[in-house]
Design a protein around this ligand. Structure first.
Ligand SMILES: Nc1ncnc2c1ncn2[C@@H]1O[C@H](COP(=O)(O)OP(=O)(O)OP(=O)(O)O)[C@@H](O)[C@H]1O
Length: 246
């Protein structure tokens, strides 16, 4: 995949700040994600990764800084405009987050409910999304009939059903065994190749970062402490950076 930094970033966060009282979580965090890129964000537990993602998705109000998705500053958008922009962003939640009382088909159809123009194609979209993750045969099953790895695949199918330009993965391999993790990472790569998506991947999983990252940003002390590729960062002599690569 050709990653061109000469084009505008599909996602840009600039000087993002967010505090809860005296707890200054984000102190000027910035990133740029380019078309076709896999950008991994790593940070210790409690470093503010989820807060950053919530601000990015418009689910939490940030104190200052700017967030631009495909050139649109999200703070300047109406709710309708924001909803429409959200269709360009797929989200794989931590731990899959399927609706247990819904079949696989109903889980996949869920993101379509706010897009009446897509509802006519729902059969085709569900089938295509499940085919991409190798699970067409599960369409009428309930989530509790699936293994953990299958649930994660279905969640991935749901994240891509609207063919988003950007996918945000929140801990995509957490709770999976090493072999299933590898399969999920391979699927993430396949989807990126097929649709030319750009991915922002929040992970603790060093193997995931090694395999998939074009670039890694370490979120430390509320800022983008350092960025580089896996090899560059893993050779760093900075103790704060080394701690991630032990
Ligand atoms: N709604 C909230 N109200 C108050 N404090 C919050 C809120 N959400 C998050 N925080 C605080 O912000 C900090 C960062 O939390 P966050 O969940 O973003 O960490 P994280 O990096 O995602 O951690 P983990 O890897 O464990 O998921 C924590 O100190 C947390 O207590």
């Amino acid at each position: 995949m050709d990653i061109s930094k000469n084009t505008l970033p599909v996602l840009k966060i600039e000087n993002l700040k967010k505090s809860f009282g005296d707890n200054h979580v984000l102190n000027g965090f910035s990133l740029e994600l380019y078309k076709g890129e896999n950008l991994v964000i790593m940070g210790k537990s409690g470093s503010g990764k989820s807060v950053m993602v919530k601000c990015l998705m418009g689910l939490m109000q940030h104190d200052s800084g700017t967030i631009e998705i495909m050139g649109n500053k999200i703070s300047q958008l109406s709710q309708n405009e924001l909803n429409s922009l959200r269709t360009q962003v797929g989200f794989l939640f931590q731990g899959s987050a399927l609706y247990d009382s819904m079949t696989v088909r109903e889980n996949l159809e869920f993101p379509l409910r706010t897009h009446p123009e897509r509802l006519q194609q729902k059969e085709v979209l569900v089938e295509e999304a499940l085919e991409n993750v190798g699970l067409k045969h599960t369409v009428d099953l309930m989530p509790d009939e699936l293994s953990g790895g299958m649930k994660r695949r279905v969640a991935l199918a749901r994240a891509i059903i609207l063919k988003p330009k950007i996918i945000i993965y929140d801990e995509p391999t957490t709770g999976l065994d090493p072999i299933t993790s590898k399969e999920i990472i391979q699927l993430m790569s396949d989807i990126q190749q097929k649709y030319g998506t750009s991915s922002l991947i929040i992970t603790h999983d060093i193997d995931c970062a090694r395999v998939i990252a074009n670039r890694i940003i370490l979120l430390i002390d509320g800022i983008n402490y350092v960025e580089g590729d896996f090899v560059q960062l893993s050779k760093s002599i900075d103790k704060k950076i080394q701690a991630f690569f032990k």
